[in-house]
Design a protein around this ligand. Sequence first.
Ligand code: AMP
Length: 424
Amino acid sequence: MSFDEINLIDPIKKALKEEGYTLPTPIQEQAIPYILERKDLLGCAQTGTGKTAAFAVPIIQILQNESGENHRKRLIRSLIVTPTRELAIQIGDSFNAYGKFTKLKNVVVFGGVAQKAQTDKLRAGVDILIATPGRLLDLMNQGFISLNEIKLFVLDEADRMLDMGFINDVKKIIAKLPHKRQSLFFSATMPPEIVKLAKTILVNPVKVEVTPEKPTVEAIKQSVYFVSKPDKKSLLIHLLNNPDIESALVFTRTKYGADKTVRFLNRAKIHAEAIHGNKSQNARQRALSNFKARKIRVLVATDIAARGIDIDELSHVINFEIPNIPETYVHRIGRTGRAGLGGIAISLCDSEEKAYLKDIKKLISVDIPVITDHQWKLDESNQPDSGNKEKTKSASRNPSLNHNKTSNSGENRKRKSGRRNWSK
Ligand code: AMP
């Protein structure tokens, strides 16, 4: 199916063409026609699937068609609530890109920065509001935002809202929405609490599911090093000294861990920066832009800060600490190998983390090759009794360190400034 068959209006078609989008992604193909029919939607999809355009494009079309008939004062007619500032900014950029040939205006509001610039924009009038829950409630309570005219509501990354403890904020926001509205609900996973929440928001929803998690994981070359906690530093430095690693996103579980990692990497002359919730919005954006522009090779992140971040051509993901939630592992390594393209994921696992690794293997049902021949390896007696026993000759000769530029999934790797080629 092409975008032409979806019946999009010319200004959107033109914008998508400029973005270099030729074919809709599976989630776009499935979701856009239903949203245009004004149906509620339950979308099970993670970032990297094109889900932003799946909701942004039809919202722009619906609001644009309405604006033609109706020349009243600009009021917020669509609200998108998303868990992190980075996601909010990315969604705002997407609305700007897809709506550039329309007169619709959007504003992005998030915490951690002064509110004045945001409230000035709100006063000038907006059609689409993209917000993180805390700042949205804050500005609502101060009377800067009214949700009375919302026709289209999007809850993005609902499972992450739950993980981040935003669920009560989300419920408060929903309570202020008009009853007569269209709602779109997106979540990468559907745990029972999320299903319950979805039921309170949606009316007879159409269900759309794209589950690239397993195929994505399979396209990524994974490996694990068993190493003691104190030796992780030396091993990470050793790995990152390999020039074959063009860019690496290193994950830690905590903000403190991220800062500590950056400090020891910088002492080892490996230039790294961190992104996490304690950094100012500007510092996070700067680190991310430096990384995207290849000014720094290593970005150290916590899960929440990295969620949804779209980095083209990311060659390696390194789990400096193993996540305790198996789905998080899938999200992490999915930062590389986007849209089914190849990538490399390396995990450093200490004895306490072996149980987490076991859960991960169970979830992905893929064996993760163990690299045994390195100088920091854990005592043999500490090796896990289950799992993969595949041995690789040497860490420095480990083929998984060579990022295969020609793609290991056989798909086109051409990616320019967010443009993707989705093969059908
Ligand atoms: P998302 O899942 O919304 O974060 O999108 C992931 C990436 O795919 C972004 O860089 C988008 O610009 C890009 N993208 C979305 N839809 C398409 C499409 N139909 N064709 C090519 N690239 C796309």
